[in-house]
Write a protein that binds this ligand. Structure first.
Ligand code: V0V
Ligand code: CO
Length: 150
């Protein structure tokens, strides 16, 4: 095992009620542009990734970090429930890993609950998996393995 398991900050996920308005807020306030815009039915979100900085590449993955703006596809989705309970704000933190299967196995072995036993499809082609916030000080934590486009 190569430590640390987390190689970089990939993104901060922010729950919002109106994705288009929030994208515009980030553009007008910070000059950030949308790098990718996707609907992820399985995760129940419309989401936009806004790249922050260019960053030096780490372990073959782009070094840039992102802000991920998340709008729920409905009330009975992770982000829909979060908005109803807590309102708009930071929803999760996503960290880069080099080998997500191995990271899940190592982290699962520590007793932290895995919300995904197997990686799932994430933004921009990445493999992602979530860890339970109740076991990590109230922070919903996402592992992200960058998958290069062939
Ligand atoms: C809920 N809770 C959270 C939370 N969401 N705590 C911290 N951060 C969050 N984001 C707490 C909530 O306050 C409750 O705490 C407890 O969990 C149960 O809340 P709930 O509303 O009943 O929610 P659950 O249990 O139905 O679901 C919560 C979890 C769920 C975290 C298990 O949201 C989940 O599986 N999330 C993973 C998938 C996801 O979030 N997808 C959207 C992003 P108390 O009151 O009991 O203490 S998709 C994405 O990021 C992509 C595609 C990408 O990056 O590529
Ligand atoms: Co995310």
């Amino acid at each position: 095992m190569v430590l640390p398991l987390l190689t970089r900050l990939d993104h901060v996920g922010i729950a919002c009620r109106d994705l288009d308005r929030t994208v515009e807020l980030y553009r007008a306030t910070f000059g950030l542009e949308v790098a990718s815009f996707e609907v992820n039915e399985a995760q129940g979100v419309r989401e936009a990734m806004l790249r922050v900085g260019s960053g030096a590449p780490v372990a073959g993955a782009p070094g840039a970090g992102y802000v991920q703006l998340l709008e729920p596809l409905g009330p009975d989705t992770p982000v829909g429930k979060f908005l109803a309970r807590r309102g708009e704000g930071i929803h999760h933190v996503g960290y880069g890993v080099t080998d997500i299967e191995q990271a899940l196995s190592e982290i699962g072995g520590t007793g932290i609950r895995l919300l995904d036993e197997r990686p799932r499809h994430g933004s921009m082609g990445a493999s992602i998996a979530f860890l339970h916030p109740a076991d990590l000080g109230g922070v919903l934590t996402e592992l992200v393995q960058f998958v290069p486009v062939p």
